[in-house]
Design a binder for this molecule. Structure first.
Ligand code: FMN
Length: 196
């Protein structure tokens, strides 16, 4: 089916996410996040995009992880969604900023307790002696927060990627795929078709 073109690509992303939610087996909101290391080398990994709206694409992570450090050093990033069930892809490029503590706290409160404990226990991307070390750490954090709410660690928060480019890709017959690229120009978006 041909891409249904809208003036506003943010609305298109939202519509494709709705479609993906009902057709993907799991993690319809998973996207590959690409960053540049301090040495300028590209690095990629998956994250869950928890919201996508006019402010951008928000995901959560450990700020001291590889990606956290990379983004705090160089805030240019891109994400790529791919849905096998839909044969569709969306690429987004832009600049990230840290979300407010208030927003991060609010999201952290919605996470399950094991996930909250996990955020404290994981020194994400650092070397781990053994899996048992992590299990022991979880136990000691459970003790620390016994009978009380788990507060958000200051090293755990969210980034919001504000898009300046969004490209939609839709699989076509005989490799005649459709590509529609939107580039932000002030308050407007300029749209072009691209050869596949
Ligand atoms: C489907 C999927 C979703 C993921 N979502 C997140 C996420 O939202 N935040 C996160 O920090 N890591 C997430 N991860 C783990 C990352 O891909 C990665 O292993 C971890 O964040 C460490 O990355 P880094 O060392 O580059 O910082 C996810 C992994 C998968 C496979």
């Amino acid at each position: 089916m041909a891409i249904e073109i809208l003036e506003n690509p943010i609305e298109m992303v939202k519509a494709w996410l709705v479609e993906a939610k009902s057709s993907e087996i799991s993690d319809f909101n998973a996207a590959a996040l690409s960053t540049l290391s301090i040495k300028g080398k590209p690095q990629v990994r998956m994250v869950l995009i928890k919201s996508f709206n006019d402010d951008g694409a928000t995901f959560f992570t450990n700020l001291e992880s590889q990606k956290g450090k990379a983004l705090l050093y160089n805030n240019f990033a891109s994400i790529c969604f791919h849905w096998k069930s839909l044969k569709k892809q969306i690429r987004v490029e832009g600049e990230v900023s840290l979300i407010s503590d208030d927003l991060a706290d609010k999201y952290f409160e919605t996470r399950s307790r094991p996930s909250q404990i996990g955020a404290w226990a994981s020194s994400q991307s650092k070397k781990l002696e053994s899996q048992q070390t992590l299990i022991d750490k979880v136990k000691s954090i459970e003790e620390k927060f016994k009978d009380i709410a788990v507060r958000r660690p200051s090293f755990w928060s969210g980034f919001c990627l504000f898009p300046n480019l969004i490209e939609f890709w839709n699989e076509g017959n005989s490799r005649l795929h459709e590509r529609v690229e939107y580039i932000r120009s002030g308050k407007k978006w300029n749209r072009s078709l691209l050869y596949p």
